[in-house]
Design a protein. Structure first.
Length: 562
């Protein structure tokens, strides 16, 4: 397969693997949850590369639908790539703000996107899909990157979203009336889109000119170009006119079936009873929805002005320049959710902007009683003042809103996190930037077991950090380099570790002075810090799947991503 080459590609190709795991620190005051949790609706403030990596232990292989709306790279956005890639030269080049004068802005954009797309793919369920908004500036390069990351065989379609309601007559060449949304499945064999509910406009096409007691109907051509051996007969209309399909066309039903349909009043011969016959389809008999189409009209899914009005009404901006420019309408995201999510799905948006995705998830849950959850990432400071603020308001209620649900509040909770320190092997090894005990405990527990850590269960004096479904987990560690050098699992210590639940023990420590024989005797699995934090995942989940047979063995990062 031909692949896209761009400056810096060799450096970012595997960058997602090199990105260290970061702590995710809850900021309770900014969320709307009594107990902040990564299993709640989540907003993370931070760069999405580090944030996605930090979310992997919790969400690997669990996300049903990803929607992202990255910078379109128009040259006017003033974004700067800030990934800490290894090469200092490349870092310097990448770090400069991207504008129209920058002849390598497309290379930089590809450097931004490639590692993020790779991480996003890790998050998707087998039957999940990703939707990416983009315009002509980068659509062709994005398509190549997506082919590379998701596989061209998993390309679903390119949706055209009619984003404006009237053409721009001041345009120099063409009025750009649409954006693209590229859609890729994690595995096209397993991804099935849902039907889309009929639009008002589609419903209005159903009429009842013959007063049929079965209600409104629409009609379709009874002939087609597909060869059908029984489809060349002649029919006579009630007014006596004779009809045959035109040359190269065939009736789609046999003569017997035609007669049966006519007898049942399902053939429409036109108001004069003498036109080419058509098949009647009653609204009451068609499926609840229609197969999703690739053209999304603003009349069905909203346009950019709708989006701006929506956000202004929620956030009550005083100055028009405060309005978020690239905001999407909730009805657009709602359409994506309708096509690609179930009522209990997890939805990701790692370029969250004003939080439209969260708003759309909450609104749809309210409407259909669903329990979808959102996870949003936004790097800018407005993650709190715009993204989270919008979510706080729509949850609690917007008194001035016209929509009754929104006025009363859509309900729900969310937890707010910020990125903490990176968990680097080097900093654990050389003692620089040592995470505090709680941070490492939470991280180790989560990463090793795929389960949420509950600090209340910990008994620090006994090094016990919590009980997972399979293990009592222990962390022997102090964030002091001198002490850390002497910290080891000794036989004496091993004997003193409390048997909290009677399960096998999983012990993390910088080193051990005890033979395997004793570890076996005391049913201890030893994991050396910092090297084996991730290894534990594999051993734990493998054992787990053999004992219980139900757990998703992909929970927690794979070796590949560690
Ligand atoms: C086009 S806007 C998204 C708009 C959003 N769909 C809405 O309806 O409001 C892109 C957002 O991605 C954010 N962003 C860009 N690079 C990012 C990164 N590396 N990590 C996290 N957020 C990022 C920008 O700050 C911006 O808010």
């Amino acid at each position: 397969m031909p692949t896209l080459q761009f400056k810096g590609k060799v450096f970012v190709q595997n960058h997602h693997l090199a990105v260290p795991f970061h702590e995710l620190q809850p900021v309770k005051a900014k969320g709307l949850s009594k107990t902040p949790s990564l299993h709640d609706n989540v907003i993370v403030q931070g760069d999405n590369l580090a944030a996605l990596k930090a979310l992997l232990p919790t969400y690997h292989g669990k996300v049903k639908c990803i929607y992202i709306d990255p910078p379109y790279n128009t040259g006017n956005e003033g974004w700067a790539y800030n990934d800490n890639v290894n090469s200092p030269m490349l870092r310097e080049w990448l770090g400069r703000t991207v504008d129209r004068e920058d002849l390598t802005r497309h290379d930089k954009w590809c450097c931004l996107m490639l590692p993020r797309l790779k991480l996003l793919r890790e998050l998707l369920r087998d039957d999940g899909a990703i939707f990416v908004s983009i315009d002509d500036n980068e659509v062709h390069r994005l398509r190549c990157l997506m082919d590379e990351v998701f596989g061209e065989e998993n390309f679903v379609t390119t949706v055209i979203w009619q984003k404006v309601f009237s053409p721009k007559n001041t345009a120099r060449h063409f009025s750009e009336d649409h954006d693209f949304i590229l859609v890729y499945a994690r595995n096209l064999e397993k991804w099935v889109p849902k039907l889309v509910e009929r639009s008002e406009e589609a419903i209005s096409r159903y009429k009842n000119p013959d007063d049929d007691s079965r209600g409104v109907w629409s009609s379709s051509d009874l002939t087609a170009r597909n060869y059908y051996s029984l489809g060349t007969y002649e029919v006579t209309s009630p007014s006596g006119k004779k009809y045959k399909p035109s040359v190269g066309n065939y009736f789609r039903v046999s003569p017997d079936k035609f007669a049966e349909l006519d007898e049942d009043g399902r053939i429409w011969w036109g108001p004069d009873q003498g036109s080419m016959p058509r098949l009647k389809r009653f609204l009451s008999e068609v499926k609840n929805g229609v197969v999703p189409q690739t053209l999304w009209l603003h009349t069905d899914v909203g346009h950019t002005q709708d989006a701006k009005k929506e956000i202004v009404s929620v956030l009550e901006f005083e100055k028009s320049e405060d309005v978020f420019n690239t905001v999407k309408p909730t009805s657009l995201i709602r359409r994506i959710l309708q096509v690609a999510s179930d009522k209990d799905s997890i939805i990701f948006d790692s370029f969250a902007g004003s939080g439209t995705t969260a708003h759309a998830v909450l609104a749809l849950n309210k409407e259909d009683g669903g329990n979808r959850r959102f996870v949003l990432v936004e790097c800018e400071d407005y993650a709190d003042t715009i993204t989270a603020e919008r979510v706080r308001r729509v949850i609690r209620g917007v008194p001035t809103a016209k929509n009754e649900d929104l006025k009363k509040g859509l309900g729900g909770t969310f937890s707010y996190f910020k990125l903490g320190q990176p968990m680097r092997q080097e900093s654990l090894l050389d003692g620089s930037n040592l995470p505090d005990y709680e941070a490492l405990a939470g991280y180790v527990f989560f990463t090793a077991t795929g389960e949420e850590w509950n600090p209340k269960r910990a008994k620090r004096k006994q090094w016990f950090i919590g009980e997972s479904r399979l293990y009592d987990v222990f962390l022997i560690y102090e964030p002091e380099v001198e002490r850390l050098k002497d910290m080891a699992l000794t036989l004496d210590l091993l004997k003193k570790l409390p048997s909290v639940s009677g399960k096998n023990k999983l012990v993390f420590a910088p080193t051990k002075y005890v033979d395997q024989e004793f570890l076996d005797r005391y049913r201890v699995t030893f994991q050396q810090l910092p090297f084996q934090i991730y290894k534990a995942v594999d051993s734990v989940t493998t054992k787990d799947s053999t004992t219980k047979g139900t757990k998703n063995t992909k929970a927690g990062p794979t070796k590949k991503s560690s």
